[in-house]
Design a protein around this ligand. Structure first.
Ligand code: C5P
Length: 290
């Protein structure tokens, strides 16, 4: 049941259109350079007043996630409460529609949505920059998810700059049902592009401009992730064969892969085809939102 004081927040899927890895820093994290966009699908959260902090899970992937204390949702609530010096009290309901540990920021997007939702529930006065500062204490991908807008991401993930307008391009997301550990994928890195190699002045507002640019980039984490989970190679192979697919690649540290398509019809045809041939895969037609 919802009351007038309830707050809702959407946690859209995050996609790394490319991801270049640089040096390992003294804090153990790698420098990154990435163009991050958001989809029109994601998890949803609601927040209600309560005298304690509780988390209820539902949705397709709820069982893959425990409501344990280290859950990113609860960690985000506690981090925000600590930042503003108030008790972390709210009844949070998470409808988990994105696969867990899958490179499309499910947990990070949820944590960022908690920061936005509780800012409203608790009537806090915090800027985006202040929320990003809390976000970076939760995980590398959380700051970019705070505003959930197309962004260049650098540093360990904490430096976020708005990207110029990108096309509303159709995209298919495919996860073969395998969760891969981000730390393991980084440990398996053998070659990388390095950072500061990208020109940010190229025009990217037309589909063909964006695709041409992306073809000059890569996801450096794809090869190590594929060694850990060979199913990623099978997904990419299938995506490459879909009529109308212009570019296919893994997102984040995997295992979710995406393909960009020339139009929405071919994206939906590919969704139907792959759902039929691989009923155990998570297959979703979506698009980049601006
Ligand atoms: O920040 P997050 O918890 O997502 O990172 C998980 C792990 O991935 C880190 O402990 C680290 O091993 C690796 N990582 C990294 N460089 C980054 C982000 C993550 O080495 N920029």
């Amino acid at each position: 049941m919802t009351s007038r004081t309830d707050v809702a927040a959407f946690a859209p899927a995050k996609i790394n259109l490319f991801l270049h890895v640089g040096e390992k820093r003294s804090d153990g994290f790698h420098d990154l350079e990435s163009l991050v966009v958001f989809a029109d699908i994601g998890d949803t959260l609601t927040f209600s007043p309560s005298s304690e902090l509780t988390l209820t899970l539902e949705g397709r992937f709820a069982q893959r996630l425990g409501a344990e204390d280290d859950n990113l949702v609860l960690r985000a609530a506690r981090a925000l409460a600590k930042r503003v010096g108030r008790p972390a009290t709210a009844a949070i309901r998470l409808t988990k529609e994105l696969p867990v540990a899958s490179g499309i920021g499910g947990g990070s997007a949820d944590a960022a949505a908690v920061l936005r939702g509780l800012t409203r529930l608790w009537e806090l006065d915090l800027s985006w920059a202040e929320l990003r500062a809390v976000a970076k204490t939760i995980g590398s991908d959380v700051p970019v998810c705070v505003e959930s807008k197309s962004s260049w991401m650098e540093g360990r993930g904490e430096r976020v700059t708005a990207a110029s307008a990108l096309p509303l391009i159709s995209m298919l997301l495919v996860n073969p049902g395998i969760a891969v550990s981000t730390a393991d994928v980084f440990r398996g890195l053998t070659s990388r592009h390095g950072t500061d190699t990208i020109s940010r002045t190229l025009p990217l507002s037309l589909p063909r401009e964006l695709i041409a640019f992306l073809k000059s980039t890569s996801n450096d984490l794809q090869a190590p992730a594929q060694r850990i989970a060979p199913a990623i190679g099978v997904v990419l192979d299938e995506l490459s064969r879909m009529p109308g697919a212009e570019l296919w690649r893994m997102s984040g540290s995997g295992a979710t892969c995406f393909a960009l398509f020339e139009d929405q019809d071919s994206t939906e045809m590919a969704e139907i085809a792959l759902s039929r041939t691989h009923p155990d895969w998570w297959v979703k037609a979506t698009r980049i939102v601006s």
